[in-house]
Design a binder for this molecule. Structure first.
Ligand code: ATP
Ligand code: MG
Length: 560
């Protein structure tokens, strides 16, 4: 596993968060920068999380600080330990190593004490309104809320009731603990928010010890404060929660230099639905093969698809960090993958929709080896030998019986270069009774062997081939976008809107012939299918007997 280095992040593009950090270091507010990545273990990480990972871990690397992996496991009914393993594998795969691995649930005792502290200060109360009533009393953006009739209970009574909550004397939803802040606040989050609720559910870490669990807004600032997080970076939807975050650390009062929450715009990418809940539904409905279906935007999926961690980190760095919501064109991500693979992976000859070529003037039993480059952009990657013989396969796209304008590949009467071998002329097309092509009859010019320095004449087209007797049949999976963009009229506004719609035809399975080395390919190995695109041997479906490849990305960028 190659981890991202401080070197990589030292020159990381700055952003408004780094400006804040620079100032905090300059004023001496902090000596060391500490960040955290706080996933809830309720699903697999996706490309959106990659942005948060790169920002939190990258910032720690840039400033020589620390970054913790902390599970936000305060929601026992939704979380599953299965996801913990996947999260750790994904964080490591992306190239990051946490300083400490921590659990919010390890702090349940401290959180409970903090709640008691607030009660003692008269800043929290046990409320017996039902969840519906609480919602009703909360008011709206335009109207202030109404105070709960339980708001002014004496401290002693609150302490007693909270203890009873903890002891399991109430049913789920019967009572809760609320912070006493301001029911008239323009910020609804400050209208006496619930900070503890009753949930009779076992917890993966604490078992049956607790039947009350802290709410996110109460728990998160305490988790950050306990760990000495200096900058608690989160997505924009928490901006309105920041006053509550600050209120909690201030009113509990145990931390002299509490963390600061800073929000940034979440990553959106065209064609990608970045939501664990949504992805879970696709998985549960069986619309995809699992959390790592190569069409999904989970990190497990893009890994299986063949994306590299370096490309994703580069992408996250390129798009920058800001407060303004935006959607990034998926083509920009694909371009990062393409640019990374261009310099890393070797080529292999593969033909799809194969057409047989017979070189009529080539000896029947002869096979000769031709030398071809592994990567024309990186000569140090060397060369390999591929067989050439009388019977070959060429790609269906490389022949047209009636060529269109500017078509320089094979057609009757035309001469092209077979990369690494000879100039070949197509003379005639042999067909069966139904008109299907059986073979293209061709001749080769022995003087034109690649590397011979032949300068007699030039040809405009160069194509590749696979020798027929040694060809390896492979399975190929081509992918469209799982979610396709459709334009739809919004009935209310009368405006056209772009919506994402599940495309059941986003997986297309086909097959092809590959050069003999394909027989030895191992799961996870990447190649350029020469002149076609980048492919990876699927990690789950590839066996010793059968090689199954996923298309990673095409050769050409559509990104403007
Ligand atoms: P989802 O909305 O997909 O369910 P989440 O926000 O609930 O994701 P968490 O496990 O709570 O998932 O997220 C961990 C961290 O990742 C949080 O700090 C969250 O702000 C951040 N994050 C989640 N989605 C994105 C995104 N699209 N872009 C950037 N950061 C994100
Ligand atoms: Mg969340």
């Amino acid at each position: 596993m190659a981890f991202a280095t401080a070197e990589e992040y030292k020159d990381m593009a700055g952003n408004f968060i780094h400006d804040i950090i620079d100032e905090d270091l300059a004023t001496g507010k902090h000596k060391e920068i500490v960040t955290r990545f706080p996933p809830e273990p309720n699903g697999y990480l996706h490309i959106g999380h990659a942005k948060s990972l790169c920002l939190n871990f990258g910032t720690a690397l840039k400033y020589g600080g620390r970054c913790n992996l902390r599970y936000d496991d305060t929601n026992p009914t939704k979380e599953d330990i299965e996801f913990v393993k996947s999260i750790e594998a994904d964080v490591n795969w992306l190239g990051f190593q946490w300083d400490e691995k921590l659990w919010a649930s390890d702090y349940f005792d401290t959180m409970y004490e903090a709640a008691v502290e607030l009660i003692k200060q008269g800043k929290a109360f046990v409320c017996e309104l039902t969840p519906d009533q609480i919602r009703e009393y909360r008011g709206t953006l335009k109207e202030p809320g109404k105070e709960s009739p339980y708001r002014n209970r004496p401290v002693e009574e609150n302490l007693e009731l909270f203890e009873k909550m903890r002891a399991g004397e109430f049913a789920d939803g019967e009572v809760c603990l609320r912070a006493k802040i301001d029911m008239a606040s323009p910020n609804i989050n400050m209208r006496d928010p619930v900070i503890y609720r009753v949930v009779h559910a076992p917890h993966h870490n604490t078992g049956d010890k607790w039947c009350i669990y802290p709410m996110y807004d109460f728990a998160h600032p305490i988790e950050d404060a306990i760990e000495g997080i200096t900058h608690s970076i989160c997505t924009l939807e928490f901006e309105d929660h920041r006053p509550l975050y600050d209120w909690v650390v201030r009113e509990v009062g145990w931390w002299p230099n509490p963390p600061r929450q800073i929000e940034f715009a979440p990553l959106n990418v065209t064609t990608m639905l970045m939501s664990k809940r949504f992805i879970r539904r696709l998985v549960e409905e069986g619309k995809v093969e699992g959390w790592d279906d190569p069409r999904l935007c989970t990190l497990a999926a893009v890994r299986r698809r063949g994306y590299t961690p370096e490309a994703i980190r580069k992408f996250c760095n390129d798009i920058g960090v800001s407060k303004a919501d935006s959607t990034i064109d998926i083509a920009q991500l694909e371009q990062c993958v393409r640019e990374d693979l261009q310099l890393k992976v070797p080529a292999i000859n593969v033909v799809k929709n194969p057409i047989k070529v017979i070189i009529d003037n080539y000896p029947e039993d002869k096979i000769e080896m031709c030398t071809v480059e592994n990567n024309s952009k990186v000569p140090e990657m060397g060369t390999r030998e591929i067989p050439f013989g009388r019977e070959l396969w060429v790609d269906g796209d490389d022949f047209m019986e009636v060529p269109v304008k500017k078509y320089f590949r094979l057609f009757p009467g035309n001469e092209v270069r077979f990369k690494g071998a000879y100039f070949i002329t197509c003379n005639s097309v042999e067909k069966d009774a139904d008109g299907n092509i059986i073979a293209l009859h061709c001749t080769y010019d022995p003087e034109t062997h690649s590397g011979s320095g032949f300068e007699g004449r030039k040809v405009k087209g160069t194509i590749h081939f696979v020798e027929a007797s040694t060809a390896v049949k492979i399975r190929i999976r081509e992918y469209g976008y799982l979610m396709k963009e459709v334009e739809e009229m919004n009935e209310e506004t009368g405006k056209m809107e772009t919506k994402l719609e599940f495309d059941p035809e986003s997986l297309h399975e086909t097959w092809g012939y590959a050069e003999p080395s394909a027989a030895d390919v191992k799961p996870g190995e990447r190649f350029q299918f020469f002149r076609k695109g980048y492919y990876i041997a699927d990690s789950e479906l590839t066996t010793d007997e059968e090689k199954v490849f996923n298309s990673i990305v095409g050769l050409k960028s559509s990104w403007k």
